[in-house]
Design a protein around this ligand. Structure first.
Ligand code: AFP
Length: 282
């Protein structure tokens, strides 16, 4: 791993320890503002965003940053290489009911596009704080023990799993999607869906495989999840872990981004489940 990426990851560790404290002690009520996608921001979202913005802005190797909570890209050092897109606290509405939430970071070289993502990091804040780093074709799990993140294991997906995390509103599913999900359940897959993308995907990654879906629906033809902050980072994680990530027809990392807040339909899984998605959706 190069020195600059190592520095970015070390900075994410510092941010994560601060965000852990914000989650534990912070105010879980709503703020008066909305983010670009129209979601009402919680005070926790805003506080976590400020922590990350302050820390990443200190790094000479960072060219720009963009947050799910902000409207625009923030330029930092125009001669630097790395652009970082992040979702400071994905699933933050789950903090109130004490379910797991997470931060997601995509590290992009040159420009913000799926083709240029070189690294991804996500952090799960649950009973434990865990960080997963996808870089140089490897996926590594770290855990916060006392005050530092310790290496635990590499993550590899099996070619087939048995967990299903089917997102979005069922009443809006297309019939072929509903049939596919029913078929997985008939084949013995078990439902595991918390409504937090980070813990739901983390479970699939650590339990060997399965399928997470957030499809195109009758009401959301481009899905809900944001390309730069959520989808591309996890697409890289699944690719490096030996699985795959598609929008139904194309690899997610080949999709063009026209606006920083673009969304896309997405399926993340082990190879056998993704093969079935291709058959049904393309
Ligand atoms: P919030 O951040 O608004 O809670 O949304 C979480 C999320 O972006 C992602 O973490 C979940 O997988 C997805 O939305 C859940 O959406 P549905 O409730 O529509 O399935």
């Amino acid at each position: 791993m190069n020195k600059d990426i190592q520095l970015i990851i070390n900075t994410i560790k510092i941010c994560s320890i601060k965000i852990k404290h914000i989650i534990e002690k912070g105010d879980t009520t709503k703020s008066d503002s909305q983010n670009s996608t129209g979601d009402t921001q919680l005070k926790l979202d805003i506080q976590s965003d400020i922590v990350i913005q302050n820390e990443l802005s200190k790094l000479k190797c960072v060219r720009s940053i963009v947050s799910e909570e902000q409207d625009e890209i923030i330029n930092i050092n125009q001669n630097a290489t790395y652009n970082i897109a992040y979702d400071p606290l994905d699933g933050s509405s789950l903090v109130d009911v004490n379910l797991s939430v997470g931060s997601i970071y995509g590290i992009y070289q040159y420009s913000y596009s799926g083709k240029n993502i070189v690294g991804a990091v996500y952090v799960v804040f649950g009973p434990r704080v865990e960080m997963v780093v996808a870089i140089d074709k490897q996926v590594k799990l770290y855990r916060l023990l006392d005050h530092s993140f310790e290496y635990i294991q590499d993550i590899h997906l099996q070619t087939k799993g048995n967990i299903l995390a089917p997102g979005s509103t069922q009443a809006m599913w297309y019939p072929h999607h509903k049939q596919m999900i029913d078929d997985f359940f008939t084949d013995g897959y078990r439902l595991r869906y918390s409504g937090g993308m980070v813990p739901d995907l983390h479970q699939i990654l650590l339990k060997g495989g399965g399928l997470f879906s957030y499809p195109a629906t009758k009401d959301l033809t481009k899905g809900k999840l944001r390309q730069l902050f959520e989808v591309f980072p996890f697409a890289l994680v699944f690719k490096f872990a030996g699985g795959d990530a598609i929008d139904g027809e194309h690899k997610l990392l080949d999709i063009n981004t026209t606006h920083i807040h673009d969304t896309t339909a997405c399926f993340f899984g082990s190879l056998q489940e993704i093969k079935k998605v291709y058959e049904v959706w393309s």
